[in-house]
Ligand binder design. Sequence first.
Ligand code: UDP
Length: 242
Amino acid sequence: MEKDIKFFTNGKRIDGRAIDELRNIKIEVGVFKRADGSSYIEWGGNKIYCAVYGPREAYPRFLQKSDRAILKCRYNMASFAVEERKRPGPSRRGVEIGKVTQGALEPALLLENFPKCMVEVNIEVIQADAGTRCAGITAASVALANAGIPMKELVPACAAGKVDDKIVLDLCKEEDNYGQADLPLALLPRRNEFSLLQMDGDLSEEQLEEALDLGRKGCLEVYEIQKEALKKKYVKEDVSNE
Ligand code: UDP
């Protein structure tokens, strides 16, 4: 819902960014010893851990698919992650985000290599500041690579949106809560296809096109950061093994 907020001052946004600028993003790969793959992402004020387990035998067994592995994605936000304490435990919002995360990641994975198995992705939001589903998908994709799950490509994600009738990239909290539209996107960069496209709010057809273009550009920037994070991890390990 739009609130009486001054979204722009001298062409800059509430947090000083240009309309097509991402917040600062830092990704660390391999942060947990007991997970098969893991990552930590800081994206603006978001702080999110991701742990991947598998591929291992799918349990309960009735979930097994004879021709491929299943992908389970769990999204959880800590009670203290938000301004107003969140009720602990599962929520409808969490279930929805787990489901769309699975849909965003699945087309990038070679799940057919592991019949009857499952790959589990756990996303834990420790601090939330808008855009956690995109940050979670971005981190999960890197953690899946760290787990050695065969993949066709990484999946970067990023939101576009509309505030004050302007299309902007990567909404901050005020823009997300009080802006006119929010469009979380995940991209399969090599195929140039979106694997996540949600929309909250109103956009005209032209605005939607503009938001998709800007969102694609944002995802490609996130993609570079994902690749850098993986390179940093493996180049460093190669050096220390010498
Ligand atoms: N949020 C909150 N309490 C909640 C859920 C969300 O304060 O119970 C905040 C949180 O900062 C979140 C933002 O609202 O990042 C936007 O939430 P949304 O459901 O749009 O998902 P997100 O943008 O995080 O993917």
